[in-house]
Design a protein around this ligand. Structure first.
Ligand code: ADP
Ligand code: MG
Length: 695
C-alpha cells in the first residue's frame, strides 16, 4: 500500500516523505524507526527546567501573550513554581485564539537558553486531559522520527508523524510478512515481527521495547550476514582456484636469506595463505596489519609461492610513490631468488613500458609492481596466478574487476588484499563478509614506542629547537600539513606558508628542507622524496600524500600541523612513519587553542595509545562506521536502519553465527523451512554485487 492512501497523508505529503526520507510504501514507513523516545508520562516543574534537558513537558497556565513586531508571539506561562516563555514564529493567529489567559495546557518541547533565560520555541500544545494525567496517544513513550528541514517547514511535527504511524500500524501491519522462519524465531528467542513493529513505534513498556529492538536489530544484521555469507558459500563451492601445491625454491631461498626471523603473526598468516593456495579453491583474503607490522614481507613470500608453482604475481599500489617504494623494498628480498621483477606506473617511459609489456606476455617477468597502469587493456600476462592489492579502498570497483579479467589459466587469480587501516573485527566481518580475514597483530621485535605530544602555537619555538637537536644527532623530521581537499586553495597556502617559515628558521646550507605536494610534477615530487629518503634532506615538508607506505627508518620526528583536521586513523597512519628505526621517535600534534570536544578526544586518544585497533574502535564509536576512513568508499553494501555496527557487536556475532549455521545446513536456502529467507534475499537491497569478483 502506498503511503499517500493513509489518512492524513495525501499525495503532497507522500511526495515529501518519498523525497526526504525515501519512504513510499506503508511497509517502508513501518521500517522507519524512532531514533529515540520521549517520556510523556510525567511533568517537569518550570523551576527545574534546564537548557541541557531533552524534550520534556510542562503543565502550565497562560499568563499573558506579547506579539512582538507581528513576527514573534511570546506566551508567558506558569505552573506555580516559576514562569517560562513559549515562543512562536509560525501559526501565530491560531495560537492567539487557542491560548487564552488563565487556561491550562500541556506544553511539550525542548528547553533552550536565550538571553540568559530559558524558553521553548514552538512547543507542542495539548489540552489537559479530563483526568489530568499526562496522556498521549499510543502510550507513555513517544517515538521521535528522523526529519529534515523541509519536512519541518511543511508542518511535519512529531505529533503528525505519530498520527501517521498509528494509521500505518492500523492499516498496514497485517500485510507485513514475517521475515524470519518460525524455527529461528523460537531458537533465538525472538519476538514476532508484528509485536516488534507495534512496540518499536508505540512501546507498551520498556521490556517490550527492548525485546522489539533486539528482534529488529537481529533481523537486520542476520539478513545482511546471510546475504554476504551465501555468496561466500556459493563461491567456495563453485569457484575453482589455481592449484598451488608447492612452496617452491624461490620461497625457500628468500626465506633462508631473511635478515630477521618472521614474527609469530607473520608465520601464522603465511600458513593461512598457504592453505588457501593449495586448497584448489580461489583465495580471497584480506590481510590486515598495523603500519610497520611487516605486511610487505608476507606479500613477497606469497608472490614467491605463486612463482614456485609456475605463475606470475602482481602487486598493485594506490600511488606512484608507494609503488616505487614497494618495488625498491622487495628487491633485497628477491635478490637471493633470481626472480625477475619490474615496475610499471603512469610515468614509465614508453620504451621501457614496451619491454615490460613483452616481459609480462612472455612470462620472463615473475613479479610486477605497479599502479593503475597494470590494469590497462594492453597489459597482458602469460599466466597471472596471484594479485596482491595494497590499500584496496583506493581502487575503484571497476578497476579491480579489470584486474580480475586478466586471468589466463582458466581459473581466476588468487587475491590478497592488504590494508593498514585497522578495521575493527566486527566491521571487517560485515564489510568483507565474503572475504577471509587474516590479521597481523604483532609488531616486529625491537620497535621503540613513539612518544606522542600535543602542542599549541606558543610551543613552536621549543618545537623548532627540539627539531634542531634531533637533526644535529643525525635524525630526520617530517612536517605534515593537512590536505583534506586536493582542490582546496587554503590548504596549499598553509603548506606554502609553513614551508617558508621552516626554511627561514632552518636556513640552508646548515639545514636542508625538501617540499612535496600533490601539485608538483611527478619528477619534482620524486626528486624531493628521494632526497629525503636518501638522507640528503633533513626535513620533509609535505601534505598527507606521504601518509601511506613511505619508509625512512632514520626519521625520528613526525610533526603534524593542524592535527585537529585529521581523522584518527589518518593520524595513526602518519605516526606510523616514524618509530621504524632504532632511535626513540616522537610525534608532535600541533593544534589551535580552541578544540571541539571531538577533536580534543581524538588528540587525547592519540597521546594515550599506539594501538591501531584500539584507535579504530574508538573512531568507529565516535563517528559511526559509515564515516570510518577507508571503509567509506567500499562502504557497507546496504545501509542499516536500526542496528549499529559500533554498538551492537554482540548481536552481530549472534546473527553471524546463526547465519553461518543456517547456510551450513542449507547453502542454497532450498529447504522448505528456509523459504522466508530465500524470499527476503530476493529483495532489491540484497542484490549486491558479488564482492568476491571485484576485490
Ligand atoms: P607494513 O607494510 O605492514 O607497514 P613493512 O612490511 O613495511 O610494514 O615492514 C616495516 C619494517 O619492518 C620494514 O623495514 C621491514 O623490513 C621490517 N620487518 C618486517 N618483518 C620483520 C620481522 N619479522 N622482524 C624485523 N623486522 C621486520
Ligand atoms: Mg607497507
Amino acid at each position: 500500500m502506498e503511503v499517500q492512501f493513509l489518512p492524513g497523508v495525501g499525495p503532497k505529503r507522500a511526495e515529501l516523505l518519498r523525497k526526504e526520507l525515501g519512504v513510499s510504501t506503508v511497509g517502508e514507513l513501518l521500517r522507519l524507526y524512532p531514533f529515540r523516545y520521549i517520556d510523556r508520562s510525567s511533568f517537569v516543574r518550570i523551576a527545574d527546567a534546564r537548557p541541557d534537558m531533552a524534550y520534556v513537558q510542562f503543565r502550565a497556565k497562560v499568563l499573558r501573550l506579547d506579539l512582538i513586531d507581528k513576527k514573534r508571539l511570546s506566551v508567558w506561562v506558569t505552573d506555580g513554581s516559576g514562569e517560562m516563555e513559549m515562543v512562536f514564529f509560525k501559526g501565530i493567529k491560531w495560537m492567539v485564539e487557542k491560548l487564552k489567559p488563565e487556561a491550562e495546557f500541556i506544553f511539550f518541547g525542548k528547553p533552550t537558553a536565550f538571553n540568559g533565560r530559558i524558553n521553548i520555541v514552538h512547543p507542542e500544545v495539548d489540552p489537559v486531559p479530563e483526568n489530568g494525567a499526562a496522556k498521549v496517544s499510543g502510550g507513555a513513550m513517544t517515538g521521535v522520527y528522523p526529519s529534515t528541514e523541509k519536512l519541518k517547514n511543511a508542518g511535519f511535527t512529531g505529533k503528525m508523524m505519530t498520527k501517521i504511524m498509528e494509521a500505518a500500524i492500523d492499516r498496514g501491519l497485517q500485510a507485513e510478512r514475517e521475515t524470519l522462519p518460525e524455527y529461528l524465531i523460537r531458537q533465538q528467542g525472538l519476538v514476532p515481527l508484528h509485536f516488534a513493529m507495534r512496540n518499536i513505534h508505540f512501546p507498551k513498556d520498556m521490556i517490550s521495547l527492548e525485546k522489539s529492538r533486539y528482534r529488529l536489530k537481529f533481523e537486520e544484521l542476520f539478513l545482511l550476514q546471510l546475504s554476504l555469507l551465501k555468496q561466500k558459500y556459493v563461491r567456495s563451492r563453485n569457484t575453482n582456484g589455481i592449484q598451488m601445491p608447492r612452496v617452491g625454491e624461490a620461497f625457500n631461498k628468500c626465506y633462508e636469506a631473511l635478515p630477521f626471523p618472521l614474527t609469530g603473526a607473520q608465520k601464522r598468516v603465511i600458513t593461512e595463505i598457504r592453505n588457501d593456495l593449495k586448497s584448489g579453491l580461489q583465495m580471497n583474503r584480506l590481510l590486515q596489519g598495523d603500519v610497520g607490522s611487516g605486511k610487505t614481507m608476507v606479500a613477497v613470500l606469497t608472490a614467491l609461492i605463486a612463482i614456485g608453482n609456475g605463475y606470475q604475481a602482481c602487486i598493485m599500489a594506490p600511488t606512484e610513490v608507494l609503488a616505487q617504494q614497494h618495488f625498491k623494498n622487495i628487491q633485497k628480498f628477491l635478490a637471493p631468488t633470481g626472480v625477475k621483477s619490474a615496475l610499471l606506473t603512469g610515468s614509465t617511459k614508453t620504451s621501457e613500458r614496451r619491454e615490460v609489456h613483452a616481459g609480462l606476455e612472455d612470462g620472463s617477468i615473475g613479479i610486477i609492481v605497479g599502479t593503475h597502469a597494470l590494469i590497462e587493456d594492453n597489459v597482458v600476462f602469460r599466466n597471472l596466478g596471484l594479485a596482491i592489492i595494497d590499500e584496496q579502498h583506493r581502487f575503484g570497483v571497476e578497476q579491480r574487476s579489470k584486474l580480475w579479467r586478466k586471468t589466463s589459466a582458466g581459473a581466476p587469480p588468487h587475491v590478497l588484499v592488504m590494508t593498514a587501516t585497522p578495521i575493527p573485527r566486527t566491521l571487517a566481518m560485515t564489510l568483507y563478509g565474503d572475504l577471509d580475514v587474516s590479521v597481523i597483530d604483532e609488531l616486529p621485535p625491537g620497535r621503540k614506542p613513539v612518544q606522542t605530544i600535543h602542542a599549541t602555537e606558543g610551543k613552536r619555538p621549543a618545537l623548532y629547537n627540539f627539531m634542531k637537536e634531533q637533526i644535529r644527532q643525525g635524525r630526520q623530521v617530517f612536517v605534515v600539513y593537512p590536505l583534506i581537499n586536493e582542490t582546496e586553495k587554503l590548504d596549499y597556502q598553509s603548506l606554502e606558508a609553513g614551508a617558508e617559515d621552516i626554511m627561514n628558521k632552518f636556513p640552508f646550507p646548515e639545514y636542508k628542507t625538501a617540499v612535496v605536494h600533490g601539485k608538483q610534477l611527478n619528477d619534482v615530487k620524486k626528486f624531493n622524496m628521494d632526497a629525503f629518503a636518501a638522507g640528503r634532506a633533513d626535513i620533509l615538508v609535505a601534505t598527507s600524500v606521504i601518509e601511506v607506505g613511505v619508509d625512512v627508518p632514520n626519521a625520528s620526528v613526525m610533526v603534524i600541523e593542524s592535527a585537529e583536521r585529521f581523522g584518527l586513523s589518518q593520524l595513526h597512519q602518519l605516526r606510523g612513519r616514524v618509530g621504524r628505526g632504532s632511535e626513540k621517535s616522537y610525534c608532535v600534534l600541533m593544534t589551535g587553542h580552541k578544540l571541539s570536544k571531538e577533536s580534543k578526544h581524538r588528540i587525547e586518544l592519540m597521546c594515550a595509545t599506539e594501538n591501531g585497533f584500539e584507535l579504530a574502535e574508538e573512531d568507529m564509536k565516535m563517528r559511526g562506521p559509515g564515516d570510518l576512513e577507508g571503509t567509506q568508499q567500499s562502504g557497507l553494501p546496504i545501509s542499516l536502519n536500526i542496528a549499529s555496527l559500533a554498538k551492537d557487536g554482540l548481536i552481530l556475532n549472534a546473527a553471524r553465527e546463526c547465519a553461518d549455521a543456517v547456510l551450513k545446513e542449507d547453502p542454497t536456502l532450498s529447504l522448505l523451512k528456509n523459504q522466508p529467507l530465500k524470499e527476503e534475499l530476493r529483495k532489491d537491497k540484497y542484490q549486491i554485487k558479488d564482492y568476491s569478483k571485484i576485490s
